[in-house]
Design a protein around this ligand. Sequence first.
Ligand SMILES: [Zn+2]
Length: 282
Amino acid sequence: MPELPEVETVRRGIAARVVGRKITAVEIGRERSVRRVGREAVIHGLTGATVTQARRRGKYLLFDLDTGEEMMIHLRMSGRVLVEPVGTLRPAHTHVVLSLSSRDGVSDEMWFVDPRTFGEVVVYDPTQIAEVMPELIRLGVDPICDQFDAVVLKARLHGKRGAIKPLLLSQHVIAGIGNIYADEILHRAGLRWNRTADSLTPAQIRRLALCITDVLTDAINAGGSTLDDSQYVDIEGKFGSYQAEHRVYGRDGKRCVTCGKADIARVVAGGRSTAFCPRCQK
Ligand SMILES: [Zn+2]
């Protein structure tokens, strides 16, 4: 599932290739991809609109339109956004096609491709956000696009019970972190997944805040992670490369490259698989 670094990589691609262009036509294949507001609302809301800005909050892609409305795309499990010249063969599971005004003599299309169809495309009036997109209001702090440091993290964890990993995964606490980056962040911070939030010392909170920012930034710089079983690619169809830098995720049974003295262990808790180094993480 794409997490913050993958979604940010897609956002940057769209900012470069799509912002400033007018959507001249909209085609919708699978109704499920536009289930929230329906086919007519998406076609009516996007046709003739120019995309003026590409933003992101957590795993949500948010686009400002010159009509005053906004478009949201969530990739969920298997969604991809691709931009290709008109006439390029569309892959299977291309559910939404936006024709873009030509730039430098080239007419492109932006595709929303989604084999598993958990993802969605929504067009909405931002004044209706509480009704149409309530989850956006409940999102926690975004460690990359918001002010984020140890003080903010401490405040977000204040009064929260339970293990640190589920708190990192909670989009209401911190927006954008999923299973891959939660494991990588906790390994870099030297913290075991089941440490309770209230057991962390001020120094550990400071280190954790730094590791959240650093791991996510490193992953963005690598274009995100593409795993063997995942479909994640950027808008030009290229894989990310951060999977080569994973220290725990997908490495259970292999030697920890940080300490070189223990093998990466794996446990399943709360339905989620967790990889960690028994020696580095306490
Ligand atoms: Zn280790």
